[in-house]
Design a protein around this ligand. Structure first.
Ligand code: MSP
Length: 508
């Protein structure tokens, strides 16, 4: 592997107070798609996912269930791992914030910043939101409810250690200006810059009332604030203070993928912590949008929380993965409904993609006994369209615009179906027209290219398509260079199988 050809990406560290829903699955699948593409592009990838196991929220949830916090965490972690397996998530590392390698890094950083004077002792008096695990600025609170989640705030007055966030105000602003690619999508920049330009207060980073956390190394009656602790998972998983070689290869991370509600922590607090430690800041923080369900916010009390495993079981894991990134542009909010998923399944997967493969293989069998014919090598508009789209797809993937990548792939699918209609191979066959060979070669080649590009979204489907195309090399050995026109070999025998997406009607 070439030096410098490495890519480190992360999902949030998910809380272990409850099971995962489609919102969490969305972020992790996005990371998986990007990780798979990067590997396909020949990069050495470190794909990290995590669980955030300390803090009041977990302490409270465990207590409600009559469990120790770690018992609850163990259960949820085992469950999460099964969910990720079901959703075909190819993570390289799953780090828990209760692991030793992480705790050591957090302790080290807390100590170092205290010694440096960037952490100091004070008194915190103000409001706290337990569901968000955030301290709220009183001037920004209307009544007694959290400005982010709307739930009731707690009044706190306790001795606390503070991190000198205010000291890094100018450095943050300069950093944002010099690194326009740091905050993505760019629509999220202005709000963050305004926050930093406003009153950036030092932040409380320890609690005395919370027992379930990493104790402050030099003052054990305090536990370290859960956000300070959790953010460091990115470093500890990348080898910081536990694997020097890995760390030098993979840090700074290239991409933190997170939801918009925790963007602030990642683009303000996190880089300031890294500045304070003299460590490099990740290249990009991408904040995706939020899913509602049939117009409503997902919540346990409303009983509308969607289980990703159920979706994968009912519709197929690839269909679910496809739908999430086809329905809504990556980065903005969207609304989830099974009805919309069924519609896309029938129109785009069964009709457009599935049928493209099926009808093409049927024609190859009929006209050429299942063999790919020798083409004349002439370049037509169809091939030009595909070559142009291929370049666009690589660009979208490279910029993490995966919704646009998928839309462009589906443009090739529609283009291929239109090409079949307009060139009417059945007529060419009747008329014994020599053009038939070119047309059949071109469509088969288009399907091969589609298969490779769609693989990060639908890995199993891509494997099945590959098998039906009859290509003997393994799809897992292919790289992005193989998306260049001309990979399909004349004389190759296709291997038509069952339709990829049989028509579905879940009401029957
Ligand atoms: N523990 C913190 C993150 C610490 S990272 C150092 C946390 N955990 S969480 O379990 O609440 O997960 C939050 C993430 O789940 C969001 O950032 C987002 O990626 C995903 N989502 C949770 N609900 C979501 C939706 N309704 N829609 C889309 N994604 C959502 O916050």
């Amino acid at each position: 592997m070439m030096a410098g050809n490495r890519f480190c990406l992360t999902t949030p560290a998910y809380y272990v107070n409850d099971v995962l829903h489609i919102g969490h699955a969305y972020c992790t699948i996005a990371a998986d798609i990007i990780a798979r593409y990067r590997r396909f592009a020949g990069e050495e990838v470190l794909f990290i996912t995590a669980t955030d196991e300390h803090g009041q929220k977990i302490e409270d949830a465990a207590k409600d269930l009559g469990l120790e916090p770690l018992e609850l965490a163990d259960r949820i972690v085992a469950h999460n791992k099964r969910v990720w397996e079901k959703l075909n998530i190819s993570y390289d590392d799953f780090i828990r914030t209760t692991e030793d390698r992480h705790i050591k890094a957090v302790e080290y950083i807390f100590n170092a910043l205290y010694e440096k004077g960037d952490i100091y002792k004070g008194m915190y008096e103000g409001l706290y939101c337990t569901p968000c695990e955030t301290f709220c600025v009183e001037s920004q609170v209307d009544g007694n409810n959290c400005p982010d989640c709307g739930r009731e705030l707690k009044k706190l007055k306790e001795e606390s250690y503070f991190f000198k966030l205010s000291k890094y105000r100018e450095q943050l602003l300069t950093y944002y200006e010099k690194n326009p690619g740091f905050m993505k999508p760019s629509s999220r920049r202005a709000e963050m810059i305004n926050i930093v330009k406003g009153e950036l207060k030092d932040i409380s980073v320890s609690r005395t009332a919370v027992k379930w956390g990493i104790p402050v190394p030099f003052d054990k009656k305090h536990t370290i604030y859960v956000w300070f602790d959790a953010l460091i998972n990115y470093l500890s998983a990348a080898g910081y203070r536990n694997d020097a070689e890995k760390y030098s290869e993979f840090w700074p991370a290239n991409l933190h993928l997170i939801g918009k509600e925790i963007y602030k922590f990642h683009v303000i607090l996190w880089p300031a912590m890294l500045f304070a430690m003299g460590l490099e800041v990740p290249e990009t923080v991408f904040g995706h949008g939020w899913w509602t369900v049939e117009g409503e916010k997902m919540s346990k009390s409303k009983g509308n929380v969607v289980d990703p495993v159920k979706m994968a079981d009912t519709y197929g894991v690839d269909v679910f993965r496809y739908f999430l990134f086809r329905e809504v542009p990556f980065g903005v909010d969207g609304d989830f409904s099974e009805k919309a998923m069924v519609t896309r399944y029938n129109t785009e997967l069964a009709n457009d993609l599935g049928n493209l493969l099926n009808r093409t293989l049927t024609m190859l069998e009929k006209y050429y006994d299942g063999e790919v014919p020798q083409d004349s090598g002439s370049k037509d508009e169809f091939r030009e369209m595909i070559e142009k789209s291929s370049e666009a797809i690589k660009g979208f993937y490279g910029r993490h615009e995966i919704g646009s990548a998928l839309a462009e792939i589906m443009k090739i699918v529609s283009g291929a179906n239109r090409y079949i209609e307009s060139s009417a191979p059945w007529k060419l066959a009747k008329e014994n027209d020599g053009k038939l060979k070119d047309v059949m070669y071109n469509i088969t080649e288009a399907i091969r290219i589609i298969t490779l590009f769609i693989m990060p979204f639908m890995p199993r489907t891509a494997e099945k398509m590959w098998e039906q195309l009859g290509i003997t090399e393994k799809i897992s050995d292919m790289t992005v260079d193989d998306t260049a026109w001309g990979g399909i070999k004349p004389g190759m025998k296709v291997n038509k199988g069952a339709p990829l997406f049989p028509r579905s009607d879940p009401n029957q």
